[in-house]
Write a protein that binds this ligand. Sequence first.
Ligand code: URA
Length: 231
Amino acid sequence: MKRADGILSDSGMFTRSEARKAIAEGRVFANGKKITSPSEKTDENAVITVDGKEINTEKYIYLMMNKPAGYVCENGGERSVLSLVPKEFYRKGLFTVGRLDKDTEGLLLITNDGDFAHLVVSPKKNIEKLYFAELEREVMTADTAAFANGFELKNGEKFAPAILEKGEGKTALVTVSEGKFHEVKRLFLLTGNAVLYLKRLKIGGLLLDTSLSAGESRALTTEEKDLIFSE
Ligand code: URA
């Protein structure tokens, strides 16, 4: 049991004062019963409605975003991808699962569940990520072989083997399972090529929902969450 104003503000849809105002105005119901005081102890699993609309009060939220270019995966600032999350999904403590560069687009997971995020990015899990890249020059057979071998730099830094498939013209699909900083761009640089455009299409078995336009996000279904770990 928790204070009714706390449940509403934790949902991310209301500030404490908005929650109190809604309660004072008689607009808030728990399991069909009107809440009469902000301090009223309320079951966190109750169906809470405000103005007849159900509020999602689940503790954890799991979102997929089609990240647009020009936004960063850091918290804070209007250029943060988190500023694009619709109010209905907003929670305290949201963060991105791993990072995409500012100019990279595509599939980005956002959550407030640290354990889940840890599983997705854990090197032990080796979850594959698929990217589409537009390049400075066409991919050659030698590049595919080099990606498949992995790289070891003079300073000892290693890049695990990655799958490079040539696409039409100067495009390619790349599958990596490490989560190194600028990994895909750096792999191409190592073969004397350069990435001009990058978009993430898939994490594990979860594909980007192409009906999401750039900047849009939606909650993952339980099945989709499981798909991340399925391949
Ligand atoms: N690799 C990169 O170089 N950039 C990204 O944003 C993701 C993977």
